[in-house]
Design a protein around this ligand. Structure first.
Ligand SMILES: [Zn+2]
Length: 111
């Protein structure tokens, strides 16, 4: 009776995520870290831990910190992280920022 259990066959359909495209850091909408990247999520039919047949795949955004996955959809993408980003037009117009004696009105607290 136990004959059928002598050879264990283990199968499943795990999902593997592979980074793709330009790995430009994006702002995660959930944890707000610049750790979101474009990736391809693919489900495999796996037999004895060997991926055999690719089932279906989809393009996603994935956060490396909180592991959130967002389907790529037209019209929305995570904000690109630009540390210290300055608009090139403003930069050339006003020159390098001068801290001494320069206090824009909108920074001052209301009196
Ligand atoms: Zn996150």
């Amino acid at each position: 009776m136990d004959f059928f259990f002598c050879l264990p066959i283990i199968f499943g359909c795990p999902t593997k995520v592979k980074p793709e495209g330009n790995q430009e850091a994006r702002i995660c909408p959930r944890c707000h870290n610049a750790a979101m990247f474009a990736a391809k999520s693919r489900t495999w039919f796996e037999l004895c831990f060997v991926p055999l047949i690719p089932m279906n795949s989809k393009h996603i955004w994935m956060c490396g910190i909180c592991q959130v996955q967002v389907n790529v959809q037209p019209g929305w993408e995570p904000q690109i992280a630009h540390p210290g980003y300055q608009h090139p037009q403003l930069q050339s117009q006003y020159g390098p920022p001068q801290n001494a004696g320069y206090h824009p009105g909108y920074v001052q607290p209301p009196k």
